[in-house]
Unconditional design. Structure first.
Length: 102
């Protein structure tokens, strides 16, 4: 592929300023409202409540403990098998990086 045919990846969908899908105003408004209502003190309260629930011995305790584990260490990656072969020598650095990240 010639250099002139390479397309650079960006957050706005193309080389032209403003190209691509416009930001969703509703999502942005919801996010800002949630951030206003859910400050660091509220987040701490949620985590402390989940710790209290996790110390129990019922189904909610397992759910709370799983939530806490995922929050601290990230969700457990599921192992999947693939029967496809990929010639990694033909992949670009970006494609290899995406493949490694999953």
């Amino acid at each position: 592929m010639a250099d002139s045919q390479l397309i650079t990846k960006s957050n706005h969908g193309g080389k032209r300023p403003g190209a691509g899908r416009p930001h969703k105003v509703v999502e942005s408004a919801q996010t800002s409202i949630l951030l206003e209502l859910f400050d660091s003190a509220a987040e701490r309260d949620v985590v402390m409540n989940m710790i209290a629930i996790a110390s129990g011995s019922d189904r909610q305790a397992v759910t709370a403990a799983t939530w806490l584990w995922d929050r601290v260490y990230g969700p457990v990656k599921q192992k999947t098998e693939s029967h496809h072969t990929i010639d990694v020598t033909r992949l670009s650095d970006d494609e290899l990086e995406r493949l490694v990240k999953g």
